[in-house]
Design a protein around this ligand. Sequence first.
Ligand code: OGA
Ligand code: ZN
Length: 363
Amino acid sequence: MKVFLNESGCLLLDHSEFKNFSIHPLWLRERLNSERYLDQNNYQRLYEPSLLDSNIKFSKFCVENNYLKVEFTDNSKGRFLIGDLINDLYSKDVIPNKKPWKNNFKNLPIYDFKLLNDGENFKKLLCDFQKLGFVIVKNTSVEEGTVIKFAEMFGPVRTTNFGKHFDVVSKPNPNDLAYTSLGIKAHTDNPYRKPMPGIQILHCISNEADGGDSSLVDGFAVAEHFKNNESEMYKMLTETDVLFKFVDKDIILENYGKLIELDHRGKYLQSRFSGRLDYVPYLEPYQLQKFYEARKKLYHLYESEEFELNFRLESGMLMMFDNIRVLHGRTEYDVNSGFRHLQGCYIDHDSTEGKLRRLSSPL
Ligand code: OGA
Ligand code: ZN
């Protein structure tokens, strides 16, 4: 493989994967990874890269046995495995892309808790979670506190004003309708928080009542549907800021956001939906009319047979879902027919992504 410099002092490699890249000397200099430059325990840089000579140049370079070897004008030198360099240039990550889904699973992503101590199974669960935004786990336990133990297999729990975990049971004068026996249509939890809780885990201790079935729906798939079929409504939903609000005797939480949020390139970022606690801002009436039409359509797609997955959590089962992508709900249940008790908690996206990266690059 040939390697040469262009007129601005950048390295070019005549390798199919490199043909779009010219490598700036400083970019490579600050990636030098031997013990002189990086602490070999924690992979952190031992010097301040902002203080490197900004006019640094390559003084020597060659490719040998799959390594690019370089020396710089500040007398530093090192080598890079070509494969690692390609991954770095393309910003490759092991995290799988989201796969939109509808209610037509051949096999649901159901995992047996007893088999999760096998690293490969755990990794498979994490991959499914990244692709689908949810997994179901059976054969956990019916003990209280299981949800926290399970959450801590991934990382730290995010405590909120509902506590480290919350008990989803019907109780008098609740500060949230989740703590009644009412049905709750598809929603994302806590859109009024900054930031919203990333991942929710709901563990079923008892589900003996009539009703109380669960649902999940992929906000990403519904967003794609709007993008491809309802461009005007998609525009309203992705551009209108809605206020979400939680009020109890201790606190008033408020946050604004779009029902479908995109990044600056128009790529799907997240969904927000909670018909119990949203407040549409003042808009010109003709625009409001359009927004309400779009929200109605969104609501109906979320509850449609095409998109909404329905199932029942039995005691000992849990579901873990991406709260900014996958909406969840439950049907009404009859408190007089039997006891229903779920425990829930939140964790951050960092945990599931970080564990998957760790398991994908063995020490
Ligand atoms: C919740 C919730 C669903 C259920 O607690 O946020 O939506 O099945 N619960 O009770
Ligand atoms: Zn909820």
